[in-house]
Design a protein around this ligand. Structure first.
Ligand code: CAA
Length: 298
């Protein structure tokens, strides 16, 4: 039985909204925080649309959908997280931004069961070092799209306690996700294997080796992957891919993790993939990004 009944989710982007949706679907009460009103509103719209789709598809009754939405609250005030049982953070992949958030959460939530980060590649120990209780800091890494993907990587840092690990496992089980346990090394299990493959696909495209379509069809039809690598990069977000590559390269200094020059050029130009309307492919429906920026290098 999970000790967590009320979960705080900090960051209402694609990942944070997916985590909140999955938690609410599992019966938890969820408070989602985003400092800006516009992305917070997009988070609400995204989850409402997903619930409406699930209701239309007969996966949820109208009553269940309504009850689920009733368990979600959206707020721009971090203070509104006071009293939640635990937090999962899903903000930008930037060690300093995460660290200063954890410092605030640590002060705001002295009794929280755990403070978890959904980071894909930043050391949990580095985030925990910003708090006075590193024993309750843990990595809980979900996969995109969160409502569909059943895996969670549970990342134990150097000071994470057994009780924190057990509580994170219980939350994963409650959310009907399969936990795998990994050491606190950049990339954990999945990205350590996935990122060299995706970076190689970008280099292959950059070198004019094959068209984007043929690279993607090669892996879809040749290996049965649901998405080709360039489509998957666009789906994950090229800004996120760049940040993960930088973290992995910083940790292991192996060229296979280093973001290729083309990836950096695309990110500085605001070509973030599906969310910005342009990546390796074009997505005419997506909103244009407010400003292009490269995530801070480690
Ligand atoms: N929310 C809720 N449900 C969703 C959804 C979302 N955002 N996206 C898709 N679905 C559901 C659909 O409703 C559908 O459900 P049913 O089968 O019950 O009808 C099902 O998922 C399949 O969706 P679609 O038919 O629309 O599309 P598809 O068959 O092409 O599948 C996909 C879409 C599940 C995204 C599939 O393409 C896929 O698995 N892609 C690979 C995703 C992947 O590799 N994710 C990991 C990324 S790496 C990561 O996240 C870690 C990191 O740190 C970078």
């Amino acid at each position: 039985m999970s000790e967590i009944e009320v979960l705080g989710v900090v960051g209402g982007g694609f990942m944070g909204s997916g985590i909140a949706e999955s938690a609410a679907r599992a019966g938890l009460t969820v408070v989602i925080h985003e400092p800006e009103a516009a992305p917070l509103e997009r988070s609400r719209e995204r989850i409402e649309a997903s619930v409406a789709k699930a209701t239309r598809a007969g996966k949820l009754t109208a009553e269940e959908g309504e009850a689920m939405l009733g368990r979600l609250t959206w707020t721009t005030e971090l203070e509104d997280l006071r009293g939640v049982d635990a937090v999962v953070e899903a903000i930008i992949e930037d060690a300093k931004a995460k660290g200063s958030l954890f410092k605030k959460l640590d002060a705001l939530l002295p009794d929280a069961v755990f403070l978890a980060s959904n980071t894909s590649s930043i050391p949990i120990a580095e985030i925990a070092a910003w708090t006075r209780r590193p024993d309750r800091v843990i990595g809980v890494h979900f996969f995109s799209p969160v409502p569909v993907m059943t895996l969670v990587e549970i990342v134990r840092a150097i000071d994470t306690s057994d009780a924190t690990l057990a509580a994170a496992d219980a939350l994963a089980a409650r959310m009907r996700k399969h936990p795998v346990h990994t050491a606190d090394r950049a990339g954990f299990i999945v990205n350590m294997l996935l990122v060299p493959y995706l970076m190689a696909a970008i280099r292959m495209f950059e070198d004019g080796f094959a068209t984007r379509e043929d690279i993607d069809e090669g892996m879809k039809q040749g290996c049965g992957h649901p998405m080709g690598p360039l489509t998957l990069c666009d789906f994950i977000g090229l800004d996120v891919m760049y940040a993960i590559g930088v973290s992995l390269y910083d940790e292991f200094k192996k060229p296979e993790y280093a973001p290729p020059p083309l990836l950096k050029r695309m990110v500085v130009s605001g070509h973030f993939g599906r969310k910005s309307g342009r990546g390796f492919y074009e997505y005419p429906q997506a909103p244009k990004p407010a400003a292009a920026k490269v995530p801070a290098a480690a």
